[in-house]
Structure formats: structure tokens, C-alpha cells
Design a protein around this ligand. Structure first.
Ligand SMILES: NC(=O)c1ccc[n+]([C@@H]2O[C@H](COP(=O)([O-])OP(=O)(O)OC[C@H]3O[C@@H](n4cnc5c(N)ncnc54)[C@H](O)[C@@H]3O)[C@@H](O)[C@H]2O)c1
Length: 317
């Protein structure tokens, strides 16, 4: 069996840091190369090889893939939903061209596998709001959602036309304590824990009854690795998989936090992100992922809150 050499692009972001560390545990530190446009995240420092790399520079990317003997790429570099609305042209350019560069190189160099995440942002106001199914009406209204939906079909195309084994998950909002979130509409669900511990108060940029699909990072990392390690014949969906763990509102997460920090208070000052949130489903039906490759989540709101607060407290000490 050939030894895999993995390149993680966008390794310094919210998901990249934890995914890189998890992959290094499985494949060995020297076999997982972290790369990003920005400086190496201190959490990755000393844990394995790091290269500075711009996914938009296809030639340099290609050279690195050949030079390092890369056999798998995890592409995480993207501009997220809230930031994307501020700069639609840049978001489209990076989210599309970055993916096409990676898919082309994967085809030319016959890479074993590619991972590229999509998002619940592919869904729009005409999609079912509750238990949104895998296949349904998909009419995204944000540039981020449009780029993710187009990207899903590029993945499907490269799989069908060129046999590139590319796999994808439509992540819900991801909550983590290690690396900071990167400009998404669900970032409030990370900020609220920090503010609950530091200021005992949080002013939320979404209304109190805004339900959104969410997932704790350990579940998201496990899902990603389980999808990538599943036998190819079980991966029947080559656009992107719905994936779900929990759905809650700002009011509900605040109530859960109060069980641990009784003096915590919350206010609501909705901004431009409210309309993005309103265009997305409140919950997701992920039965296809559960059937095809055995996905099962572990964390609900109560368990996640306990773990988040404990880890953030430990970090502060
Ligand atoms: N975090 C979430 O809640 C969430 C939800 C759904 C989907 N996703 C998707 O998961 C992926 C990773 O998300 P994240 O939250 O870790 O994002 P992030 O913004 O935290 O990290 C992205 C990383 O990509 C890097 N990057 C940007 N431009 C680059 C370039 N040209 N070349 C190389 N690197 C570049 C950034 O420096 C950053 O470190 C994205 O595709 C995102 O759309 C995330």
C-alpha cells in the first residue's frame, strides 16, 4: 500500500488547525503538510511541516504537490458567508478558482483523494426550513452559498468525467474553542462562550429565536475523517453530504450557559447577518450520510456547552 502524503490548504483557520492536528495523529506528523496564506497558527507550531502557499497560484501549488509527493489534498481556504457579502467578487474568485486549481492538479497528478467542504449556505429561502433534505430546492441568495453550490457540481463533474475521488460535506455552523471562527453567520455561537466567561454578558447579532443547524468541532473533524476513510463505493453522493448534529437558537444557548454561569445575561442587536440566517434552514436531514457511510453525531447542546466552558476555562488559566 502506498503511504499517503496529505496537503491541508487553509490549515490556519477554524477547521484547519484541528483537522491538521487530527490527521497528524493518524497519518504521522511528517505526512501531513499544513499550508496557508497567513503565518503558521501557533497551535500548529512544532507539530509538523508547514509551507506558505496561495491556492490561487496554481503553478506554485502544482510544484509543491510534485515536490512533496502529495497524494491527498484537503482544501479549506475560502471566504465565508458574512465576509463574502462584504466582498462578493473576491469571495466568488477565491471559492471557485481555488477549487478548480485543486481539482485540475488532482486530475493531472492522479491524487488519491480530495476533500472540499460545502455548507448549509447552499440552501436558500425556498428550501424546506425544517429537516431540509439532501435533495431539494436549492436557490442560495448569498455569494458564499452560490459559490458552494457551484463548487458541489464541479466536484461531481470531476468525479464523473475524470474519476477524481473528491468528497464533501455541507457543514452546519461549527463551534470550537481552539482556533477563532473566520467570518461566518454562525460565529455568534462561539463568541457567546468567550463573552459568557469574560464579561458575563453577550450582545448577539442575531434575534433570539433564530434557529440554525450547528455542530461541535470534534464531531465535524470525526465526520470529515470518517468520510475520507470510507471505501469509495460507499460514497454515492459526489456533490456534498448534508450533515447534522443539533439545532438551537441564541435564546436556547443562553439558557444552557446560564446553567453553568447563572449571572450571564444576553441582549439582541440583529445586524446584516440576520437576513443571511433567515435564508437558511433551521435544521437538516442527514439520513443519507447516516445510511451511506454510517455518520453518527455525539454532541448535543448540553454536552457541548459543558465541554466548551471547561476547555475555555482551562485555556484561560
Ligand atoms: N466554520 C464553519 O462554521 C463552516 C461552516 C460551513 C462550511 N465551512 C467551510 O469550511 C472551510 C474552512 O472554514 P473555516 O471556518 O476553517 O475558515 P477560516 O476562514 O477560519 O479559514 C480559512 C483559511 O484559509 C486561508 N486562506 C484564505 N485565502 C487563502 C489562499 N488564497 N490560499 C491559501 N489559504 C488561504 C485563511 O488564511 C484561513 O486560515 C471553508 O471552505 C468554509 O466555507 C465552514
Amino acid at each position: 500500500m502506498t503511504k499517503d502524503k496529505i496537503l491541508v490548504i487553509g490549515a490556519c483557520g477554524q477547521i484547519g488547525v484541528e483537522l491538521t492536528l487530527a490527521l497528524r495523529k493518524i497519518y504521522g506528523a511528517s505526512n501531513v503538510i499544513a499550508s496557508d496564506l497567513r503565518e503558521e497558527n501557533p497551535l500548529l507550531h512544532g507539530s509538523g511541516p508547514y509551507v506558505s502557499l496561495d491556492v490561487m497560484n496554481k503553478e506554485m501549488l502544482h510544484v509543491q504537490v510534485i515536490r512533496q509527493g502529495v497524494t491527498q489534498i484537503y482544501l479549506l481556504a475560502a471566504i465565508l458567508s458574512a465576509t463574502g457579502e462584504k466582498n462578493p467578487g473576491l469571495a466568488w474568485h477565491l471559492n471557485m478558482q481555488g477549487l478548480l486549481n485543486v481539482l485540475d492538479i488532482a486530475r493531472e497528478e492522479k491524487l488519491h483523494k480530495v476533500y472540499w467542504p460545502s455548507s448549509i449556505a447552499v440552501f436558500g429561502p425556498t428550501s424546506p426550513r425544517k429537516n431540509c433534505p439532501q435533495k431539494t430546492i436549492i436557490e442560495p441568495t448569498t455569494v458564499y452559498g452560490i459559490s458552494k453550490y457551484a463548487g458541489e457540481f464541479w466536484c461531481n463533474y470531476y468525479f464523473n468525467k475524470f474519476g477524481v475521488d473528491v468528497r464533501s460535506i455541507r457543514y452546519p455552523g461549527l463551534i470550537s474553542y481552539k482556533s477563532a471562527p473566520g467570518g461566518g453567520t454562525t460565529d455568534y455561537a462561539v463568541e457567546i462562550y468567550h463573552e459568557a466567561l469574560e464579561a458575563k454578558h453577550y450582545d448577539c447579532f442575531l434575534q433570539k429565536d433564530t434557529y440554525l443547524p450547528m455542530m461541535y468541532m470534534p464531531d465535524a473533524i470525526r465526520a470529515t475523517i470518517e468520510l475520507m476513510e470510507a471505501p469509495a463505493d460507499r460514497i454515492k453522493t459526489r456533490t456534498s453530504y448534508n450533515l447534522s448534529a443539533m439545532s438551537f437558537s441564541p435564546e436556547e444557548i443562553a439558557t444552557e450557559i446560564k446553567k453553568h454561569i447563572p449571572e450571564f445575561t444576553i441582549t439582541y442587536t440583529p445586524d446584516y447577518r440576520q437576513s443571511i440566517a433567515n435564508s437558511w434552514p433551521q435544521s437538516i436531514d442527514d439520513s443519507v450520510a447516516r445510511e451511506e457511510w454510517g455518520w453518527k453525531h455525539e454532541y448535543d447542546l448540553a454536552r457541548m456547552t459543558e465541554d466548551m466552558l471547561e476547555n475555555l476555562r482551562n485555556k484561560a488559566e
